[in-house]
Design a protein around this ligand. Structure first.
Ligand SMILES: [Zn+2]
Ligand SMILES: [Zn+2]
Length: 265
């Protein structure tokens, strides 16, 4: 079978548990030929840069996740561009964005935290625009605001992916109208995710990308368990059926899309 690409995973979790080699071996066994490990905070950027140097199938990104935006984020933000001066550059900036699901209960406090997320997201979009590199967007409960920030930033939409796309066809159309992308996690395999499947079909196989977002969001039939890159095979098999194509064709096309988007060789 043609290999598949896990376009969004957090390998630091497996690294810290001391099981990275086994995890990558299981992924390879399941047909995952490439992985993009996604930065969320200064804590994981160097781990990922090193990992990408050690494992030829691993590429990395750097960015400050909206839930990692804390006081002093500006200093962290100031380090991002340095990674593009390295020999082994990140393949994208991210994940960055907005997240309403983990805000403090107190309304006034939540407002401050959300505004700080917007500021950090927009500062990073500015860097992405300057570097002209792909951007990984994390949007939870804040789709419209993310779209507005990107519109304002002047970032090239053809370099933007909304990862873990969990909205419906209406939101997908907004991305497509602008030239952006959505990538899909195991959420697409959930029984109640019909509108997510419709969004995937609207995007079509010419643009579709898949990911695990491991260790989160394991696909059926592993739902509820900690996720790992090898489980991408379940999502791929499920999606091939949704699209009515062979697994071989599904793998070949989504891998081509991922390689083109992230510039993987
Ligand atoms: Zn995310
Ligand atoms: Zn993620």
């Amino acid at each position: 079978m043609a290999g598949i690409v896990d376009t969004h995973t957090h390998l630091v979790v497996f690294h810290r548990k001391g099981v990275l080699d086994e995890t990558l071996a299981a992924a390879a066994e399941a047909g995952v030929e490439r992985l993009v490990t996604v930065g969320t905070d200064t804590d994981d950027w160097d781990v990922y840069a090193e990992m990408a140097g050690k494992y030829p199938q691993v590429d990395y990104t750097v960015g400050i996740h909206p839930c990692s935006v804390e006081d002093g984020w500006e200093a962290a933000c100031g380090k991002i561009e340095d990674y593009w001066a390295r020999e082994l550059k990140p393949v994208a900036l991210g994940e960055i964005g907005l997240d309403r699901f983990h805000l403090p209960k107190d309304e006034a406090e939540a407002k401050v935290v959300f505004e700080r997320q917007v500021a950090a997201c927009e500062a990073q979009l500015e860097i992405a625009k300057r570097l002209d590199v792909p951007v990984v967007i994390h949007s939870r409960g804040a789709f419209e605001e993310c779209v507005e920030s990107i519109d304002r930033s002047g970032v090239d939409w053809s370099k933007v992916v909304f990862h873990c796309f969990s909205e419906g066809p209406g939101e997908m159309k907004q991305l497509l109208d602008r030239g952006g992308f959505g990538s899909f996690t195991g959420v697409i395999t959930f029984k109640n995710a019909e509108s997510v499947r419709e969004a995937a079909k609207l995007q079509g196989l010419n643009r579709l990308m898949i990911e695990t977002d491991a260790p989160y969001l394991a696909p059926m039939p592993k739902r509820g368990k900690p996720n790992e890159p090898s489980y991408l095979a379940h999502t791929a098999a499920y999606c091939a059926e949704v699209f009515g194509v062979s697994l071989e064709e599904f793998a070949a096309r989504t891998t081509a899309n991922a390689k083109a988007f992230y510039g993987l060789d």
